[in-house]
Structures are given as C-alpha cells and as structure tokens.
Design a protein around this ligand. Structure first.
Ligand SMILES: Nc1ncnc2c1ncn2[C@@H]1O[C@H](COP(=O)(O)OP(=O)(O)OP(=O)(O)O)[C@@H](O)[C@H]1O
Ligand SMILES: [Mg+2]
Length: 257
C-alpha cells in the first residue's frame, strides 16, 4: 500500500478574471516529509498553484487534497488549512501588514486561538529563528526586502505548519540569509515537515530537493529526482536551466546536515 500524499492536486484547472487558463488539468502528489522544488519559466503557474495549496485561490475545476481529504473551503477549515500549510508569498509586501515586526508575526498564532502570552512566545521564537530579534519593535515597511522575507517566514513558522510552502525563498537573500534559510529548512526537514519551494536557482534544487516538479504553461511537464528532471536534454524547451555546478568534482553538500 502506498502512503497517502500529504498534499495532492487532481485535475486542477484555474483561470483569473482575464479568462486565460493558467492551471490546466494539473496533477501533482507531494509525499509527506519530502523536499520538493517547483521549477519552470516565468508565468508557468507556480505561484498560482501555491495560492491554491493555501486555499487563497479555489480551483475552477478539479480539487486539492490534504492528507487524502478534499479541501473544505468553509472559514473554519480554511483557517485550519492555513495553519497546517504555511505559505511564504513570492511578494513579501502581500504578506506583511502589521505596524511592527512583532505584531506581524503575532497575527498567525493569535488567530490559532493561543493566549497572548503563548502567541508572543511562539512569535518571539520564530523571529529569533530567522535572526531578526533586533528588529522586533521596528516598523515592517522600513525593512529591506530580504529582511521582510525573513519576517514573512517567521510569521509562518510561528504557526508550526506541517507543510511549509515558500515561493522563491532564495531570491534576494544575502549570503547569511541564504545560509540561515538553509539551516532552518534542514531543521524543519529533520523534524519531519514537508517543504515545498519554487525557485529559479537550479544549483540549490540539485543540492536540496528529493522531488523536482517542472511546470510549463499550467501543467506538470516533468517530475522526478533532481538529476532526472534537471539534466534532461530538453530542459531548454521546458524553460529551465541546468545546474551550473553539475560535474564539479567536489559535488554539492546538503546544507544543514
Ligand atoms: N492576479 C492575476 N490576475 C490575472 N492574471 C494573473 C494574476 N496573477 C498571475 N496571473 C497570470 O497567471 C499566469 C501564471 O502566473 P504565476 O505568477 O502563477 O507564474 P509563476 O510560474 O509563479 O511565474 P514566476 O516564475 O514569474 O514567479 C501568468 O500568465 C500571469 O500573467
Ligand atoms: Mg511565481
């Protein structure tokens, strides 16, 4: 018997108000505990799919499943889903809205029904994890984009999700930020969490992913191990680069292990 995927999309179709199909009969199963990377060209539909995982968008056809059960879009279920499946947006300005860093990170745990003391403990721990404690009382809108990214991640970590979905988490981070992110992801993976990212950084994918999903024009164009997908001879037609470091004698080292 095969294990039930933690997240699954079956025949998912979606179009925005413009009417153009963006997700076209998309099928994808994500095993629990996996490190999954979505790759593919701009406009392939990666962010749109992620917004479906988090129940921000609802498919116009097909369905999403969490632990084998179809998504229920009642307010209560959606709140629960968003706690279990945390999404870090591609655009941090869409995610952050509270006046200060602490207020922003507090929002999720407060919404989960924790007391203020419990929520504050979770929020402070998450802010410490992303190394932003010095900025707790600072206004979010004065932070740099990379710092906003860390705060957005803290906001999701504070809810202790089972699945962490991150849309282009490596973009715009400095060296320390990338190493920190890599360590956080290593720890979460060891704790059994499922990690799903999108990225255009093929070296990162090659080093990190257990499962690589390539998307093209709203569909899954290839799926498999990093080597199976990224080293395909038709990678250019599918709209993604090969990892530049492939073949280096020292290979890649998995960060955080
Ligand atoms: N709010 C929106 N309204 C209308 N169309 C949209 C909206 N957001 C995205 N789209 C369209 O949906 C398609 C898929 O966009 P999406 O952002 O999901 O792609 P992506 O794979 O995440 O690309 P990128 O690599 O640039 O982040 C694009 O053609 C885009 O123009
Ligand atoms: Mg995107």
């Amino acid at each position: 018997m095969t294990a039930v995927p933690i997240l699954e999309a079956k025949n998912v179709c979606f179009n925005y108000q413009t009417g153009k199909p963006v997700l076209r009969d998309l099928n994808l199963a994500i095993p629990a505990g996996a490190r999954v990377a979505l790759v593919g060209p701009n406009g392939a539909g990666k962010s749109t799919l992620f917004l479906h995982f988090n129940a921000i968008l609802r498919p116009t056809g097909g369905a999403l499943y969490y632990q084998g059960k179809p998504y229920d879009y009642s307010r209560q279920s959606v709140n629960r889903l968003r706690q279990k499946i945390g999404l870090v947006f591609q655009d941090q300005d869409m995610q952050l809205f509270a006046p200060t860093v602490l207020d922003d990170v507090l929002f999720g745990p407060m919404n989960m029904g924790l007391t203020l003391a419990e929520a504050e403990r979770a929020a402070r721990a998450a802010v410490e994890t992303v190394e932003m404690t010095d900025y707790l009382a600072d206004p979010v809108h004065f932070l740099s984009p990379g710092q906003k990214k860390r705060v957005a991640l803290a906001g999701v970590l504070a809810m202790e999700p089972d699945v962490l979905v991150m849309d282009e988490p490596t973009a715009g981070l400095d060296y320390a930020g990338s190493v920190n992110l890599c360590e956080i992801m290593g720890r979460l993976h060891k704790a059994g969490k499922t990690l799903v990212i999108s990225t255009h950084d093929m070296d990162w994918v090659m080093e990190w992913a257990d499962l690589v999903v390539a998307m093209f024009d709203g569909q899954v164009s290839a799926c498999g191990t990093a080597a199976e997908v990224l080293l395909r001879p038709d990678h250019a037609e599918l709209g993604f680069a090969r990892p530049t470091g492939y073949g280096k004698p020292d290979g890649w080292k998995r960060c955080g292990e």
